[in-house]
Design a protein around this ligand. Structure first.
Ligand SMILES: Cc1cc2nc3c(=O)[nH]c(=O)nc-3n(C[C@H](O)[C@H](O)[C@H](O)COP(=O)(O)OP(=O)(O)OC[C@H]3O[C@@H](n4cnc5c(N)ncnc54)[C@H](O)[C@@H]3O)c2cc1C
Length: 399
């Protein structure tokens, strides 16, 4: 875990979250001399549901079953605590990790592949010229040909590289909820819950872990006042208030809806993960995007290191090609869901079964938001859905 000062690397990555560590793993595997610096000592706690979708697990370049805490097979969607969708699947809907163990495991994988890692080391400043950059950290100065910002939603590296990144942010508050008696956890095992109507312009979730629940609320409101109040009233609604203890209650921003004109790379380096702003605007899922971007970036960095740093410019177009259209469709769904709750809740009450199934298909990677958009908004289909929404009884008795 040590690296001597003044050493020259091909690539320095700032941040050992999923984006930084997967990129470090991929680059080291291609024979690139890479250093990852992480300001916190690993393993470190990170406020996160720790829900890994099947599509995220599928693209990871190695097996992670050793750090999966729990598998969930059932999914429930509620509006104002009434179920509008419930389904049990033959294979896991979402696999659960705790981010301290998961992220540490990813960083160790990168090191085993040949990357250098310095945790407990914060990035301080950047100087030098393209192709010969100087990175100052709290534990020494390094030279590098390229710099990567995997430093999360509040990325400083993107600014220092001179990139242009505009995106919105939602805010989430999450706690690790422990029952006073472990048996009480049993009725929550293997089931993920998504609750609408518990917080304005957002939702609440309950994700079961090995010995507790990760419970959170998020909102797309710009000024998220009273977040703690919403969190505790959500616990009360789900009958999780008096019989539990909440630890690590922490808020954090999640980026979404990045601008089409963003520039994610230049001749000095690039950004990956939350630093780019791509996450699912409906759910806030970000780990899949962090991994996928690391995979895309690793090929481009490889070319840049081998041949010519101008290859880095391809990265912006590649990210937009991979995500932009799909995220624009997802943003339309998120817009109706969060900004028109009277309409969206009515639609969910009337069509919860179908929409819940569609969403599970999207989570697992069997369907895209783009395909769903086409399916729902072909004209006759759309009008028939509206008719059914406003002239049918809600299907609340699903469970
Ligand atoms: C409450 C909440 C719940 C969520 N739940 C889910 C979920 O269930 N599933 C899902 O897929 N996504 C979820 N997300 C989103 C997910 O957490 C992020 O998308 C993901 O962590 C992005 O990974 P990353 O590697 O880009 O950044 P991060 O995981 O944020 O890692 C960035 C790292 O950079 C380090 N760093 C920052 N600055 C410096 C510096 N100057 N020097 C050195 N190191 C630095 C930080 O310490 C950190 O370790 C959730 C987010 C929140 C807030």
């Amino acid at each position: 875990m040590n690296a001597s000062s003044q050493k020259t690397y091909d690539v320095v990555i700032v941040g050992a979250g999923p984006a930084g560590s997967v990129l470090g793993y991929m680059l080291a595997g291609k024979g690139i001399d890479v250093l990852i610096i992480e300001k916190q000592k690993l393993p470190r706690y990170k406020a996160c549901g720790g829900g890994l979708t099947a599509k995220a697990i599928e693209i990871l370049p190695f097996d992670i079953s050793g750090v999966i805490e729990a598998y969930t097979y059932s999914a429930e969607i509620c509006i104002n605590d009434s179920p509008v969708f419930y389904k049990t699947l033959p294979c896991p809907a979402i696999s659960m990790v705790m981010r301290d163990r998961f992220d540490h495991f990813l960083a160790e994988k990168a090191v085993a592949q040949g990357a250098s890692l310095m945790d407990g080391t914060a990035f301080n400043s950047l100087s030098g010229i393209p192709g010969n950059l100087v990175i100052e950290t709290t534990k020494g100065t390094f030279n590098t040909r390229l710099l990567v910002g995997a430093d999360g939603v509040n990325s400083r590296i993107s600014e220092l590289l001179g990139l242009r990144i505009r995106r919105k942010t939602m805010i989430a508050l999450e706690g690790e909820v422990y029952f006073k008696t472990i048996d009480a956890l049993n009725s929550f095992r293997q089931k993920i819950c998504f609750d609408f109507g518990v917080i304005p312009k957002g939702y609440g979730w309950i994700f079961p872990k090995a010995d507790h629940l990760s419970v959170g609320v998020l909102t797309t409101l710009k000024k998220a006042g009273h977040l703690k109040q919403h969190f505790y009233s959500y616990l009360k609604t789900k009958r999780l208030y008096s019989n539990t203890e909440t630890r690590y209650l922490k808020g954090h921003r999640i980026p979404y809806n990045p601008d089409k004109k963003n520039i994610y790379a230049n001749e000095k380096g690039l950004v990956v993960g939350d630093a780019t702003g791509f996450t699912d605007p409906v759910t806030g899922e970000g780990i899949y995007y962090a991994i996928k971007e690391a995979l895309i970036a690793s090929d481009i960095i490889h070319k840049a290191v081998q041949a010519d740093i101008t290859h880095l410019n391809e990265y912006t177009a590649d990210l937009n090609k991979e995500f932009f259209k799909e995220m624009t469709c997802a943003a339309r769904f998120a817009n109706v869901l969060y900004n028109c709750p009277a309409l969206s809740h009515k639609i969910l009450e009337a069509h919860g079964t179908k929409l819940g199934e569609y969403h599970l298909d999207i989570i697992s990677g069997r369907q895209t938001y783009g395909e769903l958009y086409k399916k729902l908004f072909n004209l006759p289909g759309f009008f028939s859905m509206l008719k059914k929404t406003f002239f049918s009884l809600p299907n609340r008795s699903i469970k």
